[in-house]
Design a protein around this ligand. Sequence first.
Ligand code: FAD
Length: 346
Amino acid sequence: MQTDYIIVGCGLAGLSFAQILKQKQKSFVVIDNNQNKASLVAGGLYNPVMLKRFTLAWLADKQIPLAEQFYAEIEKELQISFDEKKPVRRLIHSAEEQNNWFQALDKPKVGQFLSDELIEFNHDQITCEYGLGEVHNSGRLKTQTLISGFIKNLEAHDRYLDQSFDHDQMIIEQDVISYKNITAKNIVFCEGFGMLKNPFFNYLPLAGNKGELLLIETSVLNIDFILKSNMFFIPLGGQHYLVGATYNREDLSPKPSEKGKSEIEKFLKRMLGDDYKVIEQRAGIRPTVKDRRPLVGTHPKHPKLALLNGMGSRGVLIAPYTAQILFDHLEFGKVIPEEMNLKRFN
Ligand SMILES: Cc1cc2nc3c(=O)[nH]c(=O)nc-3n(C[C@H](O)[C@H](O)[C@H](O)COP(=O)(O)OP(=O)(O)OC[C@H]3O[C@@H](n4cnc5c(N)ncnc54)[C@H](O)[C@@H]3O)c2cc1C
């Protein structure tokens, strides 16, 4: 089989790159072993504002419009629905935070995303003296629906191989990459935290940060927006909510942990008392980099080998944006900005 691209990995990064190839009518095949896919575990939130100090998330003003259009096109093309336009509302904890919210409103880039009024929230369990601040252009992707729909479509067009990519079997020639019976002009590795097993790119400082979420059932919350206090409550419909997430740089096993569960339950008890039931616990490893920027670019010695990784805790917004930058680089030689270019670690 001859193809323009091989993509390894079909999480948010791999599928974003694949979607661009589809749009540009390039041929490609995706290889994925469906192991420890962070994108399946993710809360799926997109939100342009850092909710601790009400600052703009990295390049979010550019990423938001692009992502909205990008996911809308996939929904239309695949005839599925996974983008829930539910707003994120931040519980304001003090007069100082209230003041910070209104100060941020006047800042040029972030202000456009913040509600200019705080919303009253009267709730039997949750104390809210200072109101809720709403973040515009925020919402949630049902990533499981997106990924399964996307893979189904790839399979229908013979573009998907459900297997582990064995780096030892790849042959790098002058103009092509050969892998088993496939020859491709380029290969793009989108392996998430699995990159550490890739002998060509594991020199890069991908650190990893474990995240855990609880799926709970509760009859007392009754909200249809995404509530952010110290953690998120994400409504899933009925009495079900996802709650989390945790951040842990030490334990990098993909399995749910007791520590993660008790951290979330501590928060839950404070918010809801005992009025909830844990149904499921989920864990995954975010592919994070120490300078909190993605890893985009080509191998220093083998320009046919490319990497799209380091999505950190914001893969929903960063993946479509960086996938476009990598495509423009590989096809048209456009420069990859220094701050995300993996060459910063050469
Ligand atoms: C608990 C939790 C909550 C999160 N919440 C959010 C959120 O609300 N919003 C947000 O934007 N981000 C969130 N994130 C972060 C987000 O999940 C990541 O940024 C994103 O999923 C990374 O996508 P990826 O495609 O790089 O990696 P992954 O989704 O991990 O995909 C990598 C894929 O590569 C495959 N692979 C690896 N090696 C090989 C190989 N050798 N052969 C074949 N296949 C291989 C794996 O099987 C996997 O399918 C969260 C993460 C966690 C853990």
